[in-house]
Write a protein that binds this ligand. Structure first.
Ligand SMILES: Cc1cc2nc3c(=O)[nH]c(=O)nc-3n(C[C@H](O)[C@H](O)[C@H](O)COP(=O)(O)OP(=O)(O)OC[C@H]3O[C@@H](n4cnc5c(N)ncnc54)[C@H](O)[C@@H]3O)c2cc1C
Length: 385
């Protein structure tokens, strides 16, 4: 290590940024994380994530948090069901007791696990990075929206889809994928919505047909998260004259889109608790690359935003974070460390982004669910139901 360690800033306290910070701190490297959210609990963290043995779990091992993860994770959440629009089960994978390839964890639990592993005060909440000013020697002056500025030797953009760090490295901007998710949920589903809970099972259920899909995932404490997925304009609601805050109008528009589907599946849209959240899906061009630049790099969605159809976004963000931190720990020269990290990151990201594009095409193809069925059978070695 240099006698004076580089001043490192991580912009963004998502899974990628927090993993990077944890691994750096574990090796005694000082780091500052900033995030524009007001506090750790300012916003619900969303659904469940399956952390894969070769990516997310590798990162947790590097972070020294794998045992804590195992205590929280739900191995039964690895169950996967594929249905068609008649609710016929075409494929089911139910994990064996010892299977730990992809256990599920709620995002909120993962965030707390990572946050609690950091030294107090590591994350400065309520700091929105407005822009970075290159100082010409590899250092950058970060300007925050409250007007204060601070200079860093290395700025790591872990600030997600709409990164403020990325424009200093690349001209690429996320484009609408042509697919929108509309999210809704069920609370205490086993007790209050037993039919829906049985249909979804212990893990993930994908029902798809002719370019539309209903995706449901079990979270902890009996919560079910459901996404209605369809191709169309990202302004679909506006164009249909539907206010996204008008729950009954959104419900009715969705039921129209899924007309002809079995009632057991339509119950996912009819009986949900609370409202609907519109989530148009964006992705960066593939491959997304940049010329190495002294004092800056990216990880996670900031580097390789892809649609959730790879199931890899958070897993890769965490692996990126862990690998970048390990490279920084293992090299006296921080710039050399970033080069080593980027050499592995860029091809890996492109491969995953291509898989996400294929997954989306399969799930929402005109002949769906045939593509997803072929994919799941291939993954399972041909033992589909
Ligand atoms: C509907 C949906 C389902 C998904 N399901 C899965 C799944 O099952 N498995 C999986 O692996 N992935 C999944 N993903 C993808 C996953 O959510 C992301 O890939 C992952 O969260 C990326 O982590 P990250 O740390 O790179 O960025 P993020 O999680 O986006 O975190 C970025 C952080 O940066 C902060 N920030 C942003 N801008 C600024 C700024 N200017 N200044 C300061 N702070 C800033 C934000 O507040 C945020 O905390 C899903 C995504 C969606 C949309």
């Amino acid at each position: 290590m240099n006698p004076t360690p580089p001043r490192i800033a991580i912009i963004g306290a998502g899974p990628g940024g927090l993993t990077c910070a944890r691994v750096l701190q574990r090796h005694g490297v000082p780091v500052t994380v900033v995030d524009h959210e007001a506090s750790a609990d300012a916003r619900p963290q969303g659904g469940t994530l399956d952390l894969h043995r070769a990516t997310g779990q590798v990162a947790l091992l590097a972070a020294g948090l794998h045992d804590e993860f195992t205590a929280l994770a739900r191995p039964e959440g690895q169950q996967m069901r594929l249905l068609d629009h008649t609710a016929a089960v075409l494929f089911q994978h139910t994990p064996a007791d010892a299977e730990t390839d992809r256990p599920e964890i709620d995002r909120g639990q993962l965030r707390r696990l990572l946050l609690h592993s950091l030294a107090p005060g590591t994350v400065r909440w309520g700091h929105f990075l407005r822009t970075l000013h290159p100082l010409g020697d590899g250092r950058h002056r970060a300007e925050f929206d409250d007007g204060h500025t601070e200079t860093f030797d290395l700025v790591i953009g872990a600030d997600g889809a709409w990164s403020r760090v990325r424009p200093l490295l690349s001209d690429a901007t996320p484009h609408y994928s042509g697919v929108t998710f509309v999210e809704c949920g069920f609370d205490d589903a086993d007790a209050r919505h037993p039919d829906v809970a049985r249909l979804v099972g212990d893990g993930t259920m994908l029902a798809s047909f002719a370019g539309r899909a209903l995706i449901a995932q079990r979270n902890s404490h009996g919560h079910l998260r459901v996404y209605a997925a369809f191709r169309g304009s990202q302004d679909w609601a506006l164009e249909a004259g539907v206010q996204l805050t008008d729950v009954e109008a959104v419900r009715s528009a969705l039921l129209d889109r899924f007309a002809g589907w079995d009632d057991r599946l339509l119950a996912l849209l009819r009986e949900n608790d609370g409202g609907f959240v519109n989530r148009p899906l964006f992705a960066l061009p593939v491959p997304h690359t940049w010329n190495h630049t002294l004092g800056l790099t990216l990880l996670g969605d900031a580097a390789h935003l892809m649609t959730p159809f790879s199931g890899m976004g958070a897993n890769l963000a965490m692996l990126d974070g862990a690998e970048l931190a390990e490279a920084l720990v293992g090299h006296d020269d921080a710039d050399e460390a970033v080069r080593v990290y980027e050499a592995a990151l860029l091809p890996r990201s492109a491969e995953a982004a291509e898989a996400a594009a294929r997954g989306l095409a399969n799930a929402l193809a005109p002949d769906a669910p045939q593509g997803s069925l072929r994919h799941l059978r291939r993954m399972a070695g041909g033992d589909g139901a």
